[in-house]
Design a protein around this ligand. Structure first.
Ligand SMILES: [Zn+2]
Length: 441
């Protein structure tokens, strides 16, 4: 696993300025979200697909956001925001199962996830309303001391929660302001849905129409957006483009980045590290026996192509990315006859990877199932993949791919560019006012 800092109710205030400092020194920011629902039908008409996706985003929620800050000299800081939506939302059983199988800690999410409310930001209304209603109930229960005490405690809790609700929205406004004023590009992998969730949760309500969303995104992220899945498909012409596959493929070339240690080794991050160690030890043991069995079975073709398989962990075939890469790279050497050095690289062993960079690369990337879909890990892999890509293309080659988002099953990207017929939406203009007000402070 890779070092990261968890951001929760326990440390949000302490980390606020630290996170902004990391963002302000970044050349790139990579993000990834974990959410409770996505659009199942890949409608070919893009307007209609946006409508369907927007409906899902409005009725479901993000549970966590991974954010990786990347400096010009490739220092990576990984953050994972645990986010606890305070409004009613739907969850898709398959999404939750996927998260659970990938080690998402729902207990931790509900106990220390930062409360937030998606949609338009309102700095005062909620807090004021809460104080008023609690004030009147206090007068009603004047004589009952214990009840009064309980109510006071309850009110305190409520005010703390509301302060945090405000704080998380303000933190994201401040992050967006840094991206805007410093023209820092945002890196995503197959990121349209992630960006829609980010918009709905931290900017304002999603626009009714795709054209409005695009016009708003142009203004919201003037530093530009890169989608590594689009680049892998249309620039690198990779046969397989799911994130973990690209990450492991590029890792085999020996490309290095420096992952920084977690920022605040709090009691809880120690606990989770210990937890992880225990879990990974257990896993290593089962993995070994699993691997022994799996040597005889083939890799799962469905997983090998898409990074996803309907059977999940129950699948009888191997989902081990390094086995898939071994297979694919051998195929490459046979079919291509004159392999490039990168396709003949001997697979790195965990110990070799450990030597690559003391504080950085994940140490167990050669073993079987693990938390490869945590938002911090996906954000990290996205950033790593993009940085590798920047070493492969000179000059404007990548610059030309800015603001083109991958659209599943469609050959054309969604372009985040200004158009003559679509104007930014009213709700964006109001959100922009909040952004500008925070700049004036
Ligand atoms: Zn499978």
């Amino acid at each position: 696993m890779v070092a990261y800092t968890e951001v929760s109710t326990e440390n949000l205030s302490d980390l606020y300025d630290v996170i902004l400092d990391k963002v302000s020194h970044a050349q790139y920011i990579a993000i990834d979200c974990e959410f409770t629902g996505h659009l199942r039908d890949l409608i070919t008409n893009m307007e209609h697909r946006y409508d369907g996706m927007a409906q899902v985003v409005r009725s479901h929620t993000i549970l966590s956001v991974g954010l990786t800050t990347i400096t010009a000299d490739r220092k990576f800081d990984n953050f994972e925001f645990l986010l606890n939506n305070q409004t009613p939302y739907q969850s898709n059983a398959a999404n939750l199962k996927f998260l659970a199988e990938n080690g998402f800690d729902f207990n931790r999410h509900y106990s220390v996830g930062i409360p937030f409310r998606p949609g338009p930001f309102s700095a005062t209304s909620q807090a004021t309303a809460a104080v008023k209603s609690n004030g009147s109930s206090n007068t009603l229960n004047k004589n009952k001391n214990t009840l009064k005490g309980k109510l006071a405690a309850h009110q305190r809790q409520k005010l703390i929660a509301e302060k945090q609700e405000r704080q998380i929205r303000e933190l994201w406004f401040d992050i967006f302001n840094l991206l805007r004023t410093k023209n820092i590009p945002l890196i995503v992998h197959n990121g349209l849905l992630d960006l829609m969730y980010i918009y709905q949760c931290f900017i304002t309500s999603l626009p009714a129409k795709l054209s409005g969303f695009v016009a708003d995104m142009v203004e919201a992220f003037p530093g530009g957006i890169y989608d590594t899945k689009y680049i892998a498909n249309h620039v690198s012409y990779e046969q397989t483009t799911f994130l973990a596959y690209l990450y492991h493929k590029y890792s085999r070339t020996g490309f290095k980045v420096q992952v920084q240690q977690a920022l605040v080794p709090t009691r809880n991050s120690h606990d989770s590290t210990t937890d992880d160690n225990i879990r990974s030890n257990k896993r290593q043991r089962t993995d070994t026996s699993d691997d022994n069995k799996k040597v005889k079975v083939d890799v799962c073709n469905s997983f090998a192509a898409r990074g996803w398989c309907a059977d999940g962990q129950a699948c009888e075939r191997s989902h081990d990315i390094n086995r898939i890469l071994d297979r694919d790279q051998k195929v490459d050497t046979i079919t291509m006859k004159s392999p490039t050095p990168s396709t003949t690289t001997i697979p790195t062993t965990p110990s070799e990877q450990g030597q690559q960079s003391a504080s950085s690369l994940p140490q167990k990337s050669n073993s079987g199932p693990k938390k490869e879909h945590s938002s911090h890990y996906d954000a990290y892999m996205t950033g790593y993949t993009f940085c590798y890509m920047t070493t492969q293309y000179q000059g404007d080659a990548l610059q030309n791919e800015m603001n083109k988002l991958n659209i599943m099953k469609l050959d054309v990207p969604l372009r985040i560019t200004k158009s003559n017929y679509a104007k930014p939406t009213l709700q964006w203009n109001m959100a922009q006012q909040h952004l500008q007000n925070r700049l004036k402070r």
